[in-house]
Design a protein around this ligand. Sequence first.
Ligand code: OGA
Ligand code: NI
Length: 324
Amino acid sequence: MEDERDHDTISSSLASLSKQLAGTKLEGSADIPVVDLSVSDEYFLVHEVVKASEEWGIFQVVNHGIPEELMRQLQVVGKQFFDLPEAEKEMVAKEGDFEGYKRKYLGGINHWDEHLFHRLSPPSMINYKYWPKNPPQYREVTEEYTKHMKRLTEKILGWLSEGLGLPREALTQSIGGDTAEYVLRVNCYPPNQDLGLVLGAAAHSDMGAITLLIPNEVPGLQASKDEQWFDLNYINSAVVVIIADQLMRMTNGRFKNVFHRAKTDKERLRISWPVFVAPRVDMSVGPLPELTGDENPPKFETLVYNDYIDQKLKGWALEDLPVY
Ligand code: OGA
Ligand code: NI
């Protein structure tokens, strides 16, 4: 039964993928690019991910090699955690730093969510006290997912580096290689009946280097391009790749740090699992010297990543946007 259902969803997602690839505009959907990673022509892949990063700053990847079963398990343990009584969720509550569980229902156009935030990597930075003990499989599933997230991130950064004419490891190294920070945020947006525009996440760009996100089956993610909002037409089991501020800064503006937001659904609970990949906090990040010169002077200041975070959070506080 389970298998059949999987099979159906796979074939319907392939149908929707081939429609998109053929350039047929699905009603009400956007052309947020889709990149099929099973293509053996690496030159083509490099071209596709670079083009998507330049034009949109957001794309979906399919046939990425992460087992579907593992993605389902991550979704199950996340949902089980949010289904727990409040007192149990509070066992991993935030204590001052960004890690931990928090409820934040501001209403209006502001944040309407509860979330769980914790580091995944490097191992030396993990605080297991913020990882739920319940459900008991949470840790094992999340550790396995982390391995895949690292592998996929480094592959994508490798293609992006090559597309910029740099050695394959360049972008991974410029965020610290194995010391780069991977942080998971599980966003839980309960249904909202409000007639006004209620956003689970207000419009923002992510502050790290790159984000890899999977949602549950409820749509809601929107990306901005040419001052318009586009719905993400999520393909079952795809991974959504979001170019964040530091890749935009390192490429001297060539890649777009896409502005995006998340709507809540009127009836259904929406959950999403972004993994934020960011430079180690003590690294200096700015336009890469190989990508700048007399013809293309640096457009951004080189900053220690920690100072960048401070500046961004100050800006968010002033604008009354969500502070993560
Ligand atoms: C985020 C984010 C979007 C979503 O947490 O940074 O952009 O779909 N989330 O929940
Ligand atoms: Ni985001």
